[in-house]
Design a protein around this ligand. Structure first.
Ligand code: ACO
Length: 427
């Protein structure tokens, strides 16, 4: 591989260095492009633009590979638990037993959320979408923790990580309790992180919550699968907001908003709504496949296609198995699952989907499992956010420690050139 790339503009040649990552990904370093040539690049959606160097997650969309800190997602999903994976992502190495225990205990020290936060929740209508409430509550945490964390101070950063992991989980469940008119639950420090999620969601004052180990294990696995995905829309948002040296809570709140969209994390809710619509309209899968292929119809098969996976989504393979296991274990017979399976079969055999490399993504199956677990549809994307939290923290921390400059893209202006102001009477 040559060490430089040559660009020719108007007969003049310019050399730019080529950098190669540890997995042989190649990038042309164009930091001097504008000063040397006067030109910039344009790449809507950043399909060909690397925004940073990162040591956290490796993803190869053509080969269907996903690794956190060098460990394959398949191995992590099988052998590790969510807090272990969170530690790995944020601090770079798998924790020793004592380190993991300390991490879990240190998270427990922050599980009490300021009671005044309840006043803020009370301001929302019951009908508010949990993702909107979660973004607002995460941002509100800055008011109760006004001192911005110094990422270069290891102890401060470690405390901020534990605090964020603790409080985010609690307020995430509060968004649901509020929507149901249920009393807000507290974290139980004698129980595990994922168990606490289910308990805070579903325990009512009149009877204790009965844990199902299979559900807890499956949820733990789902959180691992969602924990990081390199420079996706919400993670890039977290990094770009943090690049202005906005605090961790403010940056994560912005990540929640980015995740909410149906083209990103909101797709898991959209998948379920689509399956329900197909079911309610007689279950004619072929009709919806035709709609998805019709260029004059804006309908897309939700849960199909991915910006980077153009072969298969390795998380979808794991989650598909988990969906089968959980549904069998819970004895769930769900007509929506039958529709999902048929849709998957029809689409995978269809030329339109084959030629465009459109495969079911992680969201296609996650909604089905969540539904079987009794999680309401409006909370699906909140679960994605809980899973993605360690990834956002790890990426924010890396960005700050790398001393990355403020994110500020340029543009190619295509509006009016200079024109004289027209007085109101002459318009
Ligand atoms: N249904 C039907 N056609 C589709 C779909 C779909 N779900 N996804 C892409 N296509 C088609 C496009 O119309 C386009 O066709 P064309 O080449 O004839 O114009 C072609 O496939 C390429 O699509 P793009 O939109 O250019 O692909 P891009 O990489 O920009 O988009 C995205 C990826 C946003 C995920 C898209 O596939 C999509 O909208 N999928 C449905 C939403 C979804 O499931 N999102 C979850 C993503 S995973 C996550 O966030 C965890």
């Amino acid at each position: 591989m040559s060490k430089t790339a040559t660009l020719e503009i108007d007969g003049k040649k310019y050399e730019f260095p080529i950098i190669v990552g540890t997995e042989n990904e190649v990038a042309i370093e164009i930091g001097t492009l504008r000063s040397a040539t006067g030109a910039i690049t344009i790449d809507p959606g950043y399909k060909n633009t690397g925004s940073c160097k990162s040591e956290i997650t490796f993803l190869d969309g053509e080969e269907g590979i996903l690794r956190y800190r060098g460990y394959s997602i398949e191995e992590l999903a099988e052998k590790a638990d969510f807090l272990e994976v969170s530690y790995l992502l944020i601090f770079g190495e798998l924790p020793k037993k004592a380190e993991l225990e300390k991490f879990e205990n240190d998270i427990r020290k922050h599980t009490l959320v300021n009671e005044e936060m309840k006043n803020i929740i009370d301001g929302f209508p019951k009908t508010a979408h949990p993702m909107g409430v979660l973004a607002a509550l995460t941002s509100a945490l800055t008011a109760f923790n006004p001192k911005p964390v110094n990422p270069n101070n290891e102890k401060e950063m470690y405390d901020a990580v534990c605090k964020t992991m603790a409080k985010f989980l609690v307020i995430a469940t509060w968004t649901y309790r509020k929507s149901m008119g249920l009393p807000l639950n507290y974290y139980d420090n004698t129980k595990g992180y994922v168990e606490n999620f289910m308990r805070m969601m579903f325990e009512v004052p009149t009877q204790p919550y009965k844990f199902d180990k299979k559900v807890i294990d499956a949820l733990d696995k789902l959180f691992i699968l969602h924990a990081d995905h390199e420079q996706n829309c919400s993670t890039s948002t977290v990094r770009i907001v943090g690049s202005s040296h906005a605090g961790l809570f403010a940056s994560i709140s912005a990540g929640v908003s980015a995740l909410w969209g149906p083209l990103h994390g909101g797709a898991n809710q959209a998948v379920l709504e689509m399956l329900e619509e197909i079911h309610n309209n007689g279950g004619d899968v072929a009709k919806y496949v035709l709609k998805a292929k019709d260029k004059d119809d804006s309908f897309r098969l939700m849960g199909f296609g991915h910006r980077v996976y153009k072969n298969f989504d390795p998380r979808a393979t794991i989650i598909k198995q988990a969906a089968n296991d959980v549904l069998d274990a819970l004895g769930v017979d769900d007509p929506l699952l039958d529709i999902a399976r048929e849709l998957e079969k029809v689409a995978l055999e269809d030329e339109y989907f084959k030629t465009r490399n459109l495969y079911p993504n992680v969201d296609f199956y996650s909604g089905i499992i969540y539904r079987a677990m009794g999680i309401p549809v409006g909370m699906f994307t909140v679960l994605f956010a809980i899973g993605r939290l360690p990834g956002w923290i790890a990426q924010w921390k890396e960005m700050r420690l790398n001393g990355e400059p403020i994110g500020r893209p340029r543009q190619v202006y295509t509006g009016h050139t200079l024109r004289p102001f027209t007085e109101e009477k002459n318009r």
